[in-house]
Design a protein around this ligand. Structure first.
Ligand SMILES: Cc1cc2nc3c(=O)[nH]c(=O)nc-3n(C[C@H](O)[C@H](O)[C@H](O)COP(=O)(O)OP(=O)(O)OC[C@H]3O[C@@H](n4cnc5c(N)ncnc54)[C@H](O)[C@@H]3O)c2cc1C
Length: 301
């Protein structure tokens, strides 16, 4: 578990002091509030705060005075309509703030999502912990031979051991040097902001990350996807489970239209029409490139 007993005690205390509120409360999200969900070997994900629920989306779409409609089926229909037609602003009325502990190389991918507010742990101010991401044996894969951005077969035996030894030794040696540079007996020690520069990218950092539901769905569509790197995907998948409990109607619509659905080009629609009319269409006669055709055919497999 990536938490110290003191950190767990702080979380327990926060959860032990509920307050009454007039604000919209999502029962599903209340169960997650402050709880640390472990991710990777030392990482975590937890909800620090949130605003809104499914009704808040409906309420914003209708600009109503109360809490949306009484009938859940009406709310569900409207939310599905909004999702289907890319009416995104009602989803922006819901917000969530996460505390994430993640390896630096994952943080570099994550930070590319610009539509969020971020506060990162300062390694100029504080000393980083000796915590490095070391892949589990089943994630220690070779370079893919078919996808330049992916993994192939899992390494095994001597090769796997050699790689693990290198990862561990390099991390520990770098950290020893980091500590050594920060404080040397009888000497001033190097500034924290400089000593950190030779730490490897698998060291853990932490941040608070706040975004709205529309942009969170965008993040999840890209990062919970099979093409995303495993190490960021596991965070996205943990978020999906939380969001499903927070806004079940909105998440179900997202799962259906975005995660499970596909977007077809005009050419793809033409090919479908021609096929439905009984014509045999190939990549050469489709007007699509080889890559487009491969993806198009992949949808139906
Ligand atoms: C599988 C995968 C592989 C990738 N590979 C690479 C890679 O090799 N190299 C690389 O550099 N990146 C790579 N990326 C990162 C990718 O190119 C995007 O930068 C990242 O996914 C963030 O997406 P975004 O800009 O849509 O998201 P966000 O920054 O969250 O923005 C959300 C949406 O807001 C709008 N928006 C935000 N800011 C602006 C703006 N300033 N101007 C106009 N519109 C804006 C856009 O509509 C955008 O889609 C990869 C991402 C994935 C998922």
């Amino acid at each position: 578990m990536p938490l110290t007993p003191e950190q767990q005690a702080e979380i327990d205390e926060a959860r032990a002091t509920p307050r009454q509120t007039l604000r919209a409360v999502s029962e599903g999200m209340e169960r997650h509030l402050y709880v640390a969900h472990p991710v990777l070997d030392h990482g975590l994900l937890r909800v620090i705060d949130y605003m809104g629920d499914d009704s808040a989306i409906v309420q914003a779409a209708r600009v109503s005075y109360g809490r949306g409609t009484k009938a859940v089926s009406n709310d569900e229909g409207l939310i599905r309509y909004l999702m289907r037609h890319w009416h995104s602003t009602p989803f922006e009325m819901c917000e969530v703030k996460f505390h994430v502990k993640l390896p630096v190389f994952v943080a570099r991918q994550w930070i590319r999502h610009r539509t969020a507010n971020v506060n990162e742990y300062s390694a100029r101010y504080s000393i980083l912990d000796r915590e490095f991401y070391i892949p589990a044996p089943e994630q220690l894969a070779a370079q893919s031979t078919v996808n330049n951005q992916g993994r192939g077969a899992v390494l095994s035996g001597e090769e796997a051991q050699r790689v693990l030894d290198i990862l561990r030794d390099d991390a520990m040696r770098s950290y020893d040097h980091y500590e050594g540079m920060l404080s040397q007996e009888g000497q001033q020690g190097l500034a924290r902001e400089l000593a950190r520069m030779n730490l490897p990218a698998n060291i853990y950092t932490q941040w608070y990350w706040k975004t709205d539901l529309h942009n969170l769905f965008h993040f999840l569509r890209l990062r919970a996807d099979a093409h995303a790197q495993y190490e960021i995907r596991v965070y996205a998948e943990a978020m999906c489970r939380i969001v499903a409990d927070w806004v079940p109607l909105a998440y179900a619509a997202f799962e259906d239209y975005r995660l499970g659905g596909v977007s077809l080009s005009g050419k793809a629609v033409e090919v479908l029409k021609r096929r439905l009319a009984g014509e045999t269409v190939t990549q050469e006669t489709s007007g699509m490139s080889k890559g487009e055709w491969r993806e198009f055919e992949g949808v139906w497999r």
